[in-house]
Design a protein around this ligand. Structure first.
Ligand SMILES: Nc1ncnc2c1ncn2[C@@H]1O[C@H](COP(=O)(O)OP(=O)(O)OP(=O)(O)O)[C@@H](O)[C@H]1O
Length: 691
């Protein structure tokens, strides 16, 4: 794709949305749609749906054969339990984007980019697994409400569903959506006869989509043509569906403030690009940061849409302003954070455990013999088992807590439960995966690689891999709770995981690690598990051959398991110490995570005050960019399509650097230099005194 704007957005559950103080929160903390939630409480979506898309562009082929771009390189993620508004002026690309996401593109459209639902690239299954409520609902007018739903139930529901179950579902939906009283009313038809109102027709369309209870719902302009009370009623139903765990995506035209309060996430589209994505208060501050202050008497949504619309007569200037808004959002911290989450989602999708297990196993197939080459192969297979149970799981939980902080804070305040109970529940929910995944993975690699065929070695290797995964999850949870946001957590976790690797015993001999860093190995579950698994493979082995291809090997020969272990500085009598250390690490990290979680929002941002890299980077950047006014937006003679930063201040702002910090940075660098020298001196004196 030629034009990359890096626009991205993520949809996730958040607390009540408010534009400043203009939306009135429900009284007494009660949900405004409690009744509906109670009604819908019995039906659970078949499965939670996460929809993720990356670098998505939609083109349409015009009659003259040229391609017209309707959606321009957008990325995003929609998670279960969220109600999302796709907004923007007419022609912004809302319906086009939603049709592409729902795999319901009109003929002639070309899609570029990736869209996946629950890890699978979207395809025909989307018609079964998701519901799509069209703007213009089409009914056979002569049918009554119950006739329509009964026919649709027959057509749409699983063929194995009994007639009784279908009837029950139809009646349940009629009651839930307030259509039971009108069940014998004709949908439309001749004037003078009793027919459905506009709001009832919309609710009937909604009921039709709910027949199969899909986890993902798309609604195109559900409130268009409804009076405010019917619109509120319908939106409350959509909100209730989201509360139940469905993922609901709506395009919506200039909703009132009351309706806006029902949405978890807002996405503003303009000219096919993302102008903003996030929650309502974020939208206010984002537009304000660009100089667009919403007048007090104005509905903020109307105001934003006006900013993003083309003004007749001055289209050129409007396009320039819209481009500038989209560019600024694309380089905002929020967009970067979302990009990271989307990439993580795709990364996890690309790393299916079983596939990796098979690939890893196949690489080691038949190599684990008692030969000199076989030693390396066994150690390699063990490391694969440990690494696979460590790194992916550790990173995969980084976003789990930060995304639930708003809801957790609200529910803790309401006294619904305590932090330890929440943490425990979160871990219990993860538990099946924490046991089944490492077991399956180890089983495949162990069998294919042909590791030591004793019940003790096999069962303990599985047991250890389960503990390794649990320690990794606990450690990831700690970083996630302590740093409060995924990008910051990643920034500190990456150096930590390098240290884990280095102190694993595989790359550097443990005895040769410098004393001042070797203490870190006591935190390294990679080392403990590597030692314990190696002991399981090599303890008691006496007959490793030194003959390679009929000749004695030229290099050093390790003929017993003890010699192999010694080579890695592992000791047989450490086995139980390793197991206990792993259990202590698991408990320790969980405890630390809980402590960090109990004091949210704890952001260990104080650590950055020790970072001379940050201070020097800020100071040097200021030297380069301060006062620069004329950064060109032209590339090869054309205005660049991507984000354009035209002044030095904008560049600095992009990195959160502030010009007035220059001398603070310089002084901080001096203080750090002196401070570290002082600490070194103290350490030196301490050591020499001991000797
Ligand atoms: N088949 C097509 N051929 C040419 N242009 C198209 C086609 N379909 C859509 N468009 C154009 O693409 C742009 C986006 O259309 P889309 O229907 O997605 O906008 P929208 O934001 O949903 O607008 P509205 O709120 O008015 O429904 C519009 O300018 C529209 O004219």
């Amino acid at each position: 794709m030629s034009n990359v704007s890096n626009s991205s957005y993520v949809w996730e559950p958040v607390e009540t949305i408010q534009f400043g103080s203009r939306f009135t929160p429900p009284k007494g903390g009660e949900s405004p749609f409690q009744e509906v939630e109670e009604l819908l409480g019995s039906t659970q979506p078949q499965q939670p749906c996460t929809l993720v898309w990356r670098d998505l562009s939609v083109h349409v082929k015009l009659k003259d054969g040229k391609l017209k771009r309707l959606v321009n390189n957008v990325s995003g993620i929609a998670k279960p339990g969220t109600l999302v508004a796709l907004m923007g002026p007419s022609g912004a690309g809302k319906t086009t984007l939603m049709s592409a996401l729902a795999y319901r593109n009109p003929i002639g459209t070309l899609i570029d980019g990736e869209i996946a639902m629950n890890g699978l690239p979207v395809g025909d299954f989307m018609h079964r697994e998701s519901g799509y409520m069209h703007q213009d609902e089409l009914f056979v007018d002569n049918l009554t409400v119950i006739e329509h739903l009964s026919i649709m139930a027959r057509l749409r529901m699983d063929r194995r569903t009994s007639a009784l179950a279908r009837r029950r579902r139809v009646n349940q939906l009629l009651r839930q959506l307030g259509l039971y009283g009108s069940r014998y009313t004709r949908i439309g038809g001749l004037e003078g006869r009793n027919t459905l109102s506009g709001g009832e027709r919309k609710r009937l369309a909604f009921a039709t989509e709910l027949l199969t209870d899909p986890g993902l719902l798309f609604c195109d302009e559900p409130t268009t043509g409804l009076d405010s009370s019917s619109a509120q009623k319908l939106m409350s139903l959509l909100r209730a569906s989201a509360v139940q765990g469905k993922t609901v995506i709506c395009t919506i035209h200039q909703p009132s403030s009351e309706l806006m309060a029902l949405f978890d996430k807002l996405v503003f589209l303009a000219e096919g690009r993302i102008a903003f994505a996030g929650n309502a208060s974020g939208a206010l501050s984002f537009f304000e940061s660009l100089g667009y202050h919403c007048p007090l008497t104005y509905n903020p949504t109307d105001f934003f849409i006006k900013v993003l619309a083309l003004t007749p007569g001055s289209e050129g200037a409007s396009r320039h302003a819209i481009k500038s808004v989209c560019d600024r959002f694309a380089v905002s911290d929020a967009a970067k954070e979302l990009d990271m989450e989307i990439h993580l989602e795709f990364h996890l999708m690309d790393h299916e455990d079983e596939a990796i297990a098979l690939t890893a196993g196949l690489c080691f197939i038949g190599t684990a013999h008692l030969t000199q080459a076989g030693i390396q192969d066994v150690q390699g297979a063990l490391f694969i088992i440990i690494a696979e149970n460590t790194f992916s799981p550790m990173y995969s939980v980084l976003n789990m807590f930060p995304e639930e902080f708003p809801m957790l804070t609200r529910e803790l305040k309401a006294g619904l439960y305590s932090t330890p109970i929440y943490y425990l529940a979160r871990m219990i929910a993860l538990f099946p995966g924490l046991v089944i995944e490492p077991t399956l993975f180890t089983l495949v690699v162990y069998y294919i690689a042909g590791l030591r065929a004793t019940a003790f070695a096999f069962s303990f290797t599985v047991f250890l891999s389960i503990i390794v995964l649990n320690v990794a999850i606990a450690c990831g949870s700690f970083f996630s709770c302590a740093f409060g946001s995924m990008p910051v957590a990643i920034a500190y976790l990456v150096p930590f995981d390098y240290t884990l690797m280095l102190t694993s015993g595989l790359f550097v001999k443990l005895s040769s690690i410098p004393i001042y860093i070797s203490w870190i190995r006591h935190l390294s579950w990679v080392m403990y598990s590597n030692e314990a698994m190696s002991i399981l493979q090599w303890d008691g082995i006496q007959n490793i051959t030194c003959i390679t291809s009929g000749n004695m090997t030229d290099g050093p020969c390790l003929s017993t398991g003890d010699e192999v272990l010694e080579q890695y500085d592992f000791r047989t009598n450490q086995f139980w110490t390793d197991v206990i250390a792993l259990l202590i690490l698991c408990l320790g990290f969980h405890l630390l995570a809980l402590i960090a979680l109990s004091s949210i929002p704890i952001y260990i941002s104080w650590i950055r005050h020790l970072s001379w890299v940050m201070y020097s980077n800020e100071a040097m950047s200021i030297l380069q960019w301060d006062g620069i006014q004329n950064i060109t937006c032209m590339t090869s003679g054309n205005m660049t399509d991507g984000p354009c930063l035209s002044t030095g201040d904008e560049v600095l702002e992009q990195y959160d650097f502030r010009t007035n910090q220059f001398w603070t940075d310089v002084i901080a660098l001096f203080i750090l230099c002196l401070g570290f020298h002082l600490l070194a001196l103290i350490a030196l004196r301490f050591r020499t005194r001991r000797k």
